[in-house]
Write a protein that binds this ligand. Structure first.
Ligand SMILES: [Zn+2]
Length: 507
């Protein structure tokens, strides 16, 4: 019987967010160890769910030292990073000899004191198992892939959807690569190429059928068919809110042998990303423009959905920016408007003291960085109801996983219902409204904090979807950010002709 180690440590870090995420941040969403991992993840739509399904099918004995679900924030705190890494390595050492490793990492983690924690973890696993044990890796396509990460593993594959709905399929794909390698006994390696740009492949959005990412994925599948030695051509758009050397789009060809054509294939796809660099299928508009667009949407069934990309907890936003809420309160124009979530633990506590039905004056939200997306809104709010903030994802985004807003309250002001929470969370699932008694299908307008990922759940019910930026720290218009560690030259920080020349592209 083969023994395979399965582990997942997922974190996407906005390195510009000024607060590091402490161990408690991850404990809120759950850190799973040993037998808890299969209990919690079996039959979930996650990479680990895919790993476990493959293990059952293949009859592997599994070792599951740790699984940490993704809860994007600022950099991972130093203590959390050390605990996760050491728990994984200790489990690996206790297992003795393993026949293979399946790792799920995000690829855009940054930790306090370590710019490349994903690479550090993979390298430590490699040093522990030695050069002959196959390691297969799954990534989020918003990964900034370092050479260290690519060299530490024998194969890597990123999700092929954004919004991401194929976590499990990606886990199964990595497991299939591992099965092949264990059966054939030929260790593949990763041929990595990284571009001269900070963003590309349209942030890997797959919703537009003819968008850059769908076309790149089609090209990748074509390349895989050209050579029997190629196991996978994986495309990563990168995650731009990280001031690290290895930021930006990359292509990773997992193949047997050292044929220079593998790297040329990867570079060819990066040239495609360069040519398409301005093709951004979701243009950003201001909050004011978004509200004007929303007013012009014809009546119909289902809510108008306005997403604030600028304060998206999934992109490291603080989750308490108020500019969009302010716009709605100043001129409510739809019946049944819902805004969620607004991080304000103090307001939740005050509402708890006042009780259901009470009216109280609050300076709501906007405490973390009023200059980024709006300060507190002083108004009288009515307390509608409370929730412990726990929800189970209906899907399609990680169906079956548990999420947690912490102690939460639903407030009302001028006809706008506002979900106020203790922890910041991206809005990706309709269950996040249902726990407050809100029927999302019947809302007139839902304003939420999230980039792109909300579309999987909300597109089927929405009358219209509008994206805007409030100016929070996950805004993509990074005119106010200072970049210190990024390799240069790089687009769009440096003049296009300088970058094109360095890359050897004739424009
Ligand atoms: Zn992602």
């Amino acid at each position: 019987m083969r023994t395979v180690l399965l582990a997942s440590i997922l974190h996407e870090a906005n390195s510009f967010a000024r607060r590091a995420a402490p161990l408690a941040h991850y404990e809120r969403q759950g850190i799973f160890r040993g037998a808890e991992v299969s209990e919690r993840f079996r039959e979930t739509h996650t990479e680990m769910g895919g790993f476990l399904e493959a293990a059952d099918r293949e009859g592997w004995q599994v070792v599951t030292p740790i699984a940490v679900p993704c809860a994007p924030a600022g950099p991972m705190g130093a203590e959390a990073f050390a605990v996760f890494r050491d728990t994984l390595l200790q489990g690996l050492r206790e297992a003795g000899q393993v026949d293979g490793v399946l790792l799920a990492l995000h690829g855009a983690n940054v930790a306090e004191g370590e710019d490349d924690p994903d690479g550090a973890i993979a390298q430590a696993v490699r040093e522990t198992v030695g050069p002959d044990v196959p390691i297969m890796l799954t990534l989020d396509p918003h990964a900034n892939v370092s050479e260290r990460l690519a060299m530490a593993v024998n194969g890597l594959t990123a999700y092929r959807t954004h919004p991401h709905t194929d976590h499990k399929e990606t886990g199964l794909r990595a497991a299939a690569m591992l099965t092949r390698v264990m059966e054939r006994g030929i260790l593949p390696s990763v041929h990595l190429a990284r571009g001269y740009q900070m963003r590309g492949f349209d942030s890997c959005r797959t919703a537009p059928p003819d968008g850059p990412m769908q076309r790149a994925l089609t090209l990748a599948r074509g390349l895989e068919g050209q050579e029997p030695g190629i196991l996978e051509v994986s495309i990563q758009s990168g995650f731009v809110l990280a001031d690290v050397w290895h930021v930006g789009p990359s292509v990773a060809v997992t193949a047997e042998g050292t044929d220079p054509r593998f790297r040329q294939m990867a570079e060819g796809l990066l040239r495609f990303a360069w040519d398409e660099r301005r093709n951004d299928t979701v243009p950003m508009i201001s909050v004011g423009e978004a509200l004007a667009q929303a007013r012009a949407v014809p009546p119909g069934t289902g809510p108008i959905v306005i997403a604030d990309f600028g304060d998206a907890p999934g992109g490291g936003g603080y989750g308490d920016a108020t500019a969009l809420l302010r716009g709605l309160l100043d001129a409510p124009f739809e019946k049944d408007i819902v805004f969620l979530p607004l991080l304000d633990p103090e307001a939740v506590r005050a509402a708890r003291m006042a009780g259901p039905g009470a009216r109280l004056r609050l300076a709501l939200g906007g405490h973390t960085a009023p200059q980024h997306g709006g300060g507190p809104i002083e108004e009288e709010y009515e307390v509608l109801r409370f929730s412990d903030g726990r929800f189970v994802h209906e899907g399609p985004y990680t169906a079956g996983m548990i999420g947690n807003f912490g102690d939460s309250v639903l407030l009302s002001c001028r006809g706008v219902r506002i979900v106020v929470t203790t922890f910041q969370r991206n809005i990706v699932d309709l269950s996040q409204l249902r726990i407050f008694g809100i029927v999302p299908e019947q809302c007139g307008l839902i304003a939420l904090k999230c980039m792109d990922a909300f579309r999987a759940a909300f597109a089927p019910i929405a009358r219209s979807m509008i994206a805007c930026e409030s100016g929070g720290v996950s805004s993509r218009v990074q005119t106010t950010l200072t970049w210190e560690k990024v390799r240069r030259p790089i687009w769009p920080l440096d003049p296009e002709e300088v970058v094109a020349q360095a890359a050897g592209y004739t424009t």
